[in-house]
Write a protein that binds this ligand. Structure first.
Ligand code: C2E
Ligand code: CA
Ligand code: CA
Length: 279
């Protein structure tokens, strides 16, 4: 029994080691990937639920590895956050999204907003305001076309510092939205204090809208409250027409999800928008 215990411990320690080594390896590879320009942005369109018009896109990062193909953000964003690499990576995302927004406008597409995901560390460490201003100036993009997605947890952590930065961002004309709304612990007072423009209703509520009456009640209440506060609403993760129609009946303003389109490279997004314009 003694031996078994010791062996179990050794096994556990070895496992821990393997994990730590893999982790370190990934961190090094991510750092190199950034230097080598292996990250790419995919864009998922968002549409007005009444007119069908494309109102914006969300920029979603992917890692284009030379050998393992396209890696999803769930595989590397958590490590980028733990190691602080999310700050330089987030800076790249911001610059690239603004550059692309300008390129689409220059190519003659009707202007739409580009939404960029933020991580808490970009607020706490790092010069987020400066990064945003630099990106806009460099791309020659009007600030009204940039939207920043915050999570409820970002608004709660370091609330004063984050609030101050959010105010300055608003002052230069950038839009703010709350990502995955309803899944976190935000107090409704934060919505007012942060002066956000839009709530993104989280996918879990949207998914079960037609089958789960409490999810339907939650979605309805979020839309009512948002409109009372003069905020727009967008439903995330809409996968079928029936859910889209129900959202429209509930008064939701916009939708995003596989039913409209999956995230896609920038050139495909341009074709997608052109294809939907009236002939
Ligand atoms: P998110 O911000 O909630 O992004 C939405 C995710 O849902 C995306 O996954 C998108 O592909 C997926 N999605 C969209 N529509 C549907 C649908 O109809 N059904 C289903 N099942 N899924 C749908 P993705 O691209 O894998 O991104 C995952 C997460 O990684 C994002 O969640 C975001 O939190 C994070 N992320 C992505 N890009 C960035 C970035 O540039 N910076 C930061 N900090 N985080 C990012
Ligand atoms: Ca998001
Ligand atoms: Ca989301």
């Amino acid at each position: 029994a003694k031996h078994a215990g010791r062996n179990a411990y050794r096994f556990f320690a070895e496992q821990m080691n393997v994990q730590a080594v893999e982790h370190m390896h990934l961190e090094t590879r991510l750092r190199q990937a950034l230097e080598r320009g292996e990250f790419v942005l995919y864009y998922q369109p968002q549409a007005d639920l009444n007119s069908g018009e494309i109102t914006g896109v969300e920029a979603l990062v992917r890692w284009q590895t030379p050998d393992d193909g396209l890696v999803a953000p769930a595989k590397f964003i958590p490590i980028a956050e733990e190691t602080g690499l999310i700050v330089p990576l987030g800076k790249w995302v911001m610059g690239e999204a603004c550059r692309q927004a300008r390129a689409w406008q220059d190519a003659g597409l009707p202007p739409f907003t580009v939404a960029v995901n933020l991580s808490g560390l970009q607020f706490r460490r790092g010069d987020l305001l400066e990064t945003v201003i630099n990106s806009l100036v460099l791309a020659d993009l009007d600030s009204e076309w940039l939207e920043l997605e915050l999570t409820e947890s970002i608004m709660i952590q370091d609330a004063e510092l984050t609030l101050e930065t959010a105010r300055r961002l608003k002052a230069i004309g950038v839009r703010l939205s709350v990502d995955d709304f309803g899944t976190g612990y935000s107090s409704l007072a934060y919505l007012k204090r942060f002066a956000v423009d839009k709530l993104k209703i989280a996918r879990p509520f949207v998914r079960d809208l037609l089958s789960d009456p409490s999810d339907a009640a939650i979605v309805g209440a979020i839309i009512q409250m948002a409109h009372g506060l003069k905020l727009r609403t967008i439903a995330e993760g809409v996968e079928d027409a029936a859910v889209a129609e129900q959202l429209r009946l509930c008064g939701c303003d916009e939708l995003q999800g596989y039913w409209l389109a999956r995230p896609m490279p920038a050139d495909q997004l341009a074709d997608f928008v052109r294809g939907r314009q009236a002939p």
